[in-house]
Write a protein that binds this ligand. Structure first.
Ligand code: SER
Length: 317
């Protein structure tokens, strides 16, 4: 049995991960949320929920005690482009918030998962097949909080024995909860335009490659890393994971295979483009494959077929 607290349960990852965890574990799977972002529908009906603002250590501690939590999924974050507009808030949530989570975890013996990102790398990192252990010098506040989070999580593991684990997520693509303020979001928005029969205006330039992943693979990674045998883990915070890398032209032409009339034109957003240019083209995920058996299931074509069909059903409902 596992008792899990998901902080940020109504966000892009949290809304799906919470439901998936409820389908796997019998214990308390608690949807942590902040006022204004309450769980709704199935997420609300299917299990307990608690107000847990990551900037409030007392609220984290109370939820952990009340529900006898042994694992915390810390999913509170601002995505990269919006974080550039609010750097102090990005730090407060990403680093001060993580500190709060780790302190509660240390006192109450919880395991902690905190996502990192392709955004933890910067211009000085090798761009292609970016190695697991390499230079991490991001120039975005998003990346700065991600690298700080990785270091802090490793510190709590080494110094206090807290079971911290993490993956560096690529851009996550899903038909359920839309992301907000990310650099990779165009690869979600493009499917919405295709399904609605609208032309898509792409904010990222042709030739800009980034790692992407279909949400079902991302959710599986978040669960499998926490289930992994700790004796086999050489790394912890944080593992490169990968499944596909493409630029806007490649995803556009892939969608056109199934939606022949679909049109895309470019209107590059300088902020997002600068961020994308500083990120790797593709990550090498050998360590995740070797240390805990990571394997993606979806490639671009399989994702496109599933996205178009599921989003089609959803937008008609
Ligand atoms: N999806 C994130 C973003 O674009 C990157 O991990 O900000």
């Amino acid at each position: 049995m596992k008792n899990v607290l998901i902080i940020g349960s109504t966000g892009q990852i949290g809304s799906e991960l919470t439901m998936k965890l409820r389908g796997i574990y019998n214990g308390n799977i608690v949807a942590g949320y902040i006022p204004g972002a309450e769980p709704k529908g199935e997420l609300k009906e299917s299990g307990p929920a608690a107000i847990v603002d990551i900037t409030n250590p007392q609220q984290i501690a109370e939820a952990v005690s009340q529900y006898n939590i042994d694992t915390i999924y810390n999913l509170a974050a601002l995505l990269s482009a919006v974080a550039e507009m609010k750097p102090q808030l990005a730090w407060k949530i990403g680093v001060d918030g993580l500190f709060n989570v780790l302190e509660v975890a240390r006192e109450k013996h919880c395991a902690v998962f905190t996502p990192s990102s392709i955004g933890s790398f910067g211009d000085s990192t090798p761009k292609d097949k970016t190695p697991q252990d390499t230079i991490r010098e991001p120039r975005t506040i998003y990346g700065v909080t991600k690298v700080s989070g990785e270091l802090l999580s490793n510190y709590y593991h080494i110094r206090f024995g807290v079971d911290t684990r993490s993956v560096r997520f690529p851009g996550l693509i899903s038909y359920v909860t839309p992301p907000g303020g990310g650099t990779t979001d165009y690869a979600v928005d493009i499917y919405y335009s295709a399904v609605k029969g609208e032309a898509f205006e792409c904010p990222i330039a042709a030739g800009t490659f980034m790692d992407m992943m279909y949400m079902p693979d991302g959710l599986r990674a978040a669960i499998e890393i926490m289930e992994a045998n700790p004796d086999k883990l050489v790394h912890r915070n944080s593992f490169n994971i990968a499944s596909m890398s493409f630029d806007p032209e490649i995803i556009y032409h892939n969608i056109q295979k199934y939606v022949p009339g679909f049109q895309m034109k470019y209107k590059v957003d300088p902020l997002r483009q600068a961020i994308a240019d500083s990120w790797p083209n593709s990550l090498d995920d050998t360590c995740a494959r070797e240390e805990w058996g990571w394997r993606p299931e979806f490639d671009l074509d399989a994702m496109t077929q599933d996205m178009l069909s599921k989003l089609g059903i959803r937008l008609k409902a």
